[in-house]
Design a protein around this ligand. Sequence first.
Ligand code: MSP
Length: 513
Amino acid sequence: MTNRYYLTTPIYYVNGKPHIGHAYTSILCDTLARYYRMLGREVFYLTGTDEHGIKVQKAALAEGMDPKTFVDGIVPKFKELWSLLGIQYDHFIRTTDDHHKAGVQKVLSELEKKGDIYKAAYHGWYCTPCESFWTELQLKEGKCPDCGRAVDRLEEENYFFRLSGYQQWLIDYIQANPDFIRPDYRKNEILGFLREPLEDLCITRPKARLTWGIEYPGSGDHVVYVWFDALLNYLTGIGYPEDNEKYRKFWPADCHMVGKDILRQHAVYWPIMLKAMGVEMPKMVFAHGWWKIGGSKMSKSLGNIVDPVEIVARYGTDAFRYFLMREVTLGLDGTYSEDLLNERYTSDLANDLGNLWHRTASMIEKYFEGKIPQPGGDVWETRLLKDTLGLWEGVRDHILNYDLRESLAGIWAVITAANQFVEEKKPWALAKDSAKQGELADSLYALAECVAHIAILLQAFMPLTAAKVIDRLRIASTGSIRDAAGFRKPLTVPGTGIHKGDPLFPRLDEKPA
Ligand code: MSP
């Protein structure tokens, strides 16, 4: 296993403000990136914005602005949201960056020289909102087969990328590399799609229709199709073609995380582009599901978007991150509703985790003058601490398998067990019995250790809450956890003064709306 981990989000369209769908992909990748950093891997987390194309040109026009001024105004909204959500990316690429544009043009020139790109007349149908070309046969009742909207008849000269020549190679590659497309059911969908003959991809648009794009090299009349431009960000974002050292270090990507709506571009166009360029394949394309509202995908065009900034103002960053990672198994769709978020906040966060911290800290304050007690017996043999230590491997295995929900479920099972432990031990009763002082110290020490391990494990998911608990328990946050065994040691130090602090998750009716 190499020591580096290169992870990408899709680059987001900048035709409007970011919403929960975008926040989901970025939080997901941030959680993975933070965890891999904890494992001691050298992580490169790339994100950015997809700024060219008809959608952006139209949105700018509607505002009476030129596209570049328009996108320059939207990009900060993405960056501000990522900072609010604690997203620690390593580079933010914009497709309007000069380096990216030059990279795209270089690739195009080389592929044309190689014969993988050719110029031809195009006759067919075009769906403007989807930016897709369709043949007569592909139309559904004369409308776009993807979105159902009206299509326009087109006849024009364009450049085409020879996808068709690589179809069999791609099928063989996907079959020989079962982890290349995940989840499995999405791989099967792509293989199903590849049973039909693959048409060459039209990769330019005449300037008469679209001016906001990268100029096709050597043609004064065409700009590059937005997907051909956008996909290359995964290479230009790590310096390709110039900065060879970074590129050599991080390519191939370990995971391109994408929504299921853009899997085809990532699992068909992208590998073929790379193959034609003679570049190694990424290790994995993982397709996650959609957040829906009342059965429909949340999207700007449907006008049903929820603004993450408003949610964070009410529930806090960590609750929002927790909800998105806990509510849905990666790959499947989820239903977003504030009621569900509210329920998770109250039950999992305020009642389970918040209460565990609060009662542990309160009892240490009350019975041990606020200092971690010195245990007498072999507390590491207790069920609670055995389960706590067992979490390290469980969480690691689930995260390495991209099952973040299960890793959180495992952590919460231990939180629940710890709360039960308090009910069973009844430290308040032990405190009254002078013969039970050793058991009282053991119990509160075990609870403090349990909470400490949970805080360290939650760093990737809920960085702010984890940092608070780590600070209040005066334990060291982890630099690296190379393996679970490396962490089978006490985290807290008996005799150290702790700090209870404010409730981790205040009751919502006590928070300003
Ligand atoms: N610009 C392209 C991606 C180019 S990558 C080379 C794009 N942008 S997007 O802004 O429309 O979507 C970006 C990501 O957000 C996609 O992965 C998409 O699936 C995700 N989401 C947008 N709406 C979503 C939901 N309602 N739910 C979950 N994620 C969805 O596509």
